[in-house]
Ligand binder design. Structure first.
Ligand SMILES: Cc1cc2nc3c(=O)[nH]c(=O)nc-3n(C[C@H](O)[C@H](O)[C@H](O)COP(=O)(O)OP(=O)(O)OC[C@H]3O[C@@H](n4cnc5c(N)ncnc54)[C@H](O)[C@@H]3O)c2cc1C
Length: 534
């Protein structure tokens, strides 16, 4: 049957799957990661981007809180270029139960989360955007995490250890033989070509799609698909994460990312992780709660609304939404269903992806007879840029441009700087909002993994700043034409990009954002004739 062979096939290019791929590779286990879209196609790009301190879970779920703070502290050390150590606040309003503050402080101390009470007057002076009604506020070690960068860092590191990754490749069959997994079929979602891969084990890290993956093996795993909506504001409202000091609820966290802020989130059950919408009501309900913490929120433009689906493992079929544990479940299908060679890892959080990967690979390695211990707790994901290289980068891209490119590109920064030194035209900023140069775009377009403008967007943040791609999208198209893996016409690539961006704009069309959308529609429809595209 097979033309290819690896020990383990990992399904799902999210935080969990890429973490597992790296851990397997570091233990010397040959592995292939299969992802139906590009990396971060699922929830790992549709989340709040909060590296939890654990404060949110301290009262209700001490184990989850402990896991969060331990992983938070580890990841800051191991992947500093993926994390902005913003710090966080928990602030209480008069409508919140005052007794909860003491309960929370005690629970944080028990979980090992450092908190410090702040002088509210000083806080309001620092952040006038916050409600003057705040009664108490505390600091916590929250941080902002760049999901795309972290996932790619995992894959780059795994590849250095010999692992393989196939994006735009969907698992379409699981082959079984004598009660064991024998291999898989994967289908290229761009070309329709299929590949058969022989393997000893499949690790299902397909998040909200985990039930569909086990169904291909003839087994059932029950996952609650819990949609959370997020709003992106065109401004960095505060430099710290702001949480509401009360039991977790909707719209009670603001997370600053680069030049924008994300407000979220909600908790609504959905049937299909491929098809769900953000409703006007969800947007308005979130704004109503957000306004309590930041009364001047309407002075800012909402650049988009988007949603992700939490995969919550349904241990008790009666429980729903926020009542179900955010902790993860590791399912050994040999023990549960009598099928050797299939493991599912479901639930959890982005913050705890490394721990989830460690536990999963511990089980997989034991079954494969591999006794190499996990090293992801010690080995950094990426190294800091040499000072001399950063100085060269500043000369070609300017100080902020070089800093951002160095953080985004990791090891590849040196190549991009060298290209820009050789060719002045490559120093030009294609995306002024996020400071992405022509050299960086050209490098990412030619990396062999990028197939669409959205892939380039996710890796570089081109089109993710306040203008949302109005100018940089068509500048980027020019760079793509030099790379032969981009087949099709330029307008098709632009249409794919615009359609993806437009999805998040529809729910927030009023005021300044409506004017911005009209400008972008004029540019794309009248200048580029995009209205004639199907
Ligand atoms: C709104 C929201 C906000 C959140 N905020 C936070 C936060 O601030 N901090 C935090 O720590 N956590 C947060 N979470 C939780 C966190 O985002 C998720 O737990 C985490 O991203 C899940 O990662 P994953 O790799 O398990 O799943 P995913 O990222 O969904 O990855 C699964 C992948 O499997 C792929 N796949 C599925 N089926 C197949 C197939 N047949 N073949 C090939 N590939 C397949 C999918 O395309 C997908 O890319 C949030 C979740 C939501 C919904």
């Amino acid at each position: 049957m097979a033309t290819e062979r690896v020990q383990v096939v990992v399904i799902g290019g999210g935080a969990t799957g890429t973490g597992i791929l790296r851990d397997l590779a570091m233990r010397g286990i040959s592995a292939l990661l299969v992802e139906q879209g590009d990396l971060a196609h699922g929830t790992s790009s549709r989340f709040h981007g909060l590296l939890h301190s654990g404060g949110r879970y301290a009262v209700k779920d001490k184990e989850a809180a402990k896991e969060c703070i331990e992983e938070n502290l580890l990841l800051r050390r191991l992947a500093p270029d993926c994390i902005e150590p913003t710090g966080g606040l928990f602030a209480q309003l008069p409508s919140d139960d005052p007794a909860y503050a003491e309960l929370w402080v005690k629970a944080c101390a028990e979980a090992g989360i450092e908190t410090e009470e702040l002088d509210v007057k000083g806080l309001l002076k620092k952040y006038p955007v916050l409600s003057p009604k705040i009664t108490r506020a505390f600091t916590v070690p929250d941080a902002a995490v760049d999901g795309f960068r972290l996932l790619w860092s995992n894959v780059h590191s795994a590849r250095r250890y010999g692992a393989q990754m196939a994006n735009y490749s969907k698992l379409t069959a699981v082959y079984r033989s004598n009660g064991r997994v024998a291999g898989v079929e994967i289908t290229n979602t761009l070309t329709g070509e299929t590949r058969q891969i022989e393997c000893e084990m499949v690790i299902n890290a397909a998040g909200a799609w985990a039930g569909e993956v086990t169904a291909l093996a003839g087994l059932d795993v029950s996952i609650i698909k819990d949609k959370g909506t997020l709003l992106a504001f065109n401004h960095r409202l505060t430099n710290q994460v702001v949480n509401r000091l009360r039991p977790p609820g909707d719209a009670d966290i603001f997370v600053p990312h680069g030049t924008i802020t994300l407000l979220g989130t909600t908790s609504v059950g959905v049937d299909d992780p491929n098809s769900f919408k953000t409703t006007d009501k969800e947007v308005q309900d979130m704004l109503a709660v957000g306004r309590e913490m930041m009364p001047r929120i309407d002075d800012y433009r909402i650049i988009r609304a988007f949603a992700g689906v939490r995969p919550l493992y349904q241990a008790d079929k009666g429980a729903g939404g926020r009542a179900v544990t955010r902790n993860f479940a590791l399912i050994d299908h040999e023990q549960r269903d009598g099928l050797t060679g299939l493991i599912s890892i479901v639930g959890g959080k982005f913050t705890t992806f490394r721990l989830m990967a460690e536990k999963t690979v511990d089980l997989a390695a034991k079954k494969l007879g591999n006794s190499t211990p996990c090293r992801t707790k010690e080995e950094p994901l990426s190294a800091a840029q040499p000072a001399e290289l950063l100085e060269r980068g500043k000369k070609v891209f300017g100080v902020p441009g070089a800093k951002k490119a160095a953080e985004r590109l990791g090891q590849d920064f040196a190549k991009v700087v060298a290209e820009a030194e050789k060719d002045r035209a490559k120093r030009r900023m294609f995306c002024e909002c996020e400071m992405v140069s022509a050299a960086e775009i050209d490098h990412v377009a030619g990396d062999g993994d990028s197939k669409t403008l959205s892939d380039i967007r996710r890796k570089t943040r081109m089109g993710m700043g306040t203008c949302q791609g109005i100018f940089c999208s068509y500048r980027t198209l020019g760079a793509m034409s030099d790379h032969k893996q981009f087949t099709g016409t330029h307008r098709e690539f632009l249409a794919e990009f615009l359609q993806n961006r437009w999805r998040g704009v529809r729910a927030v069309l009023w005021g300044q954002q409506l004017r911005e959308a009209q400008l972008s529609s004029e540019i794309f429809c009248t200048l580029f004739g995009m209205e004639r595209m199907k």
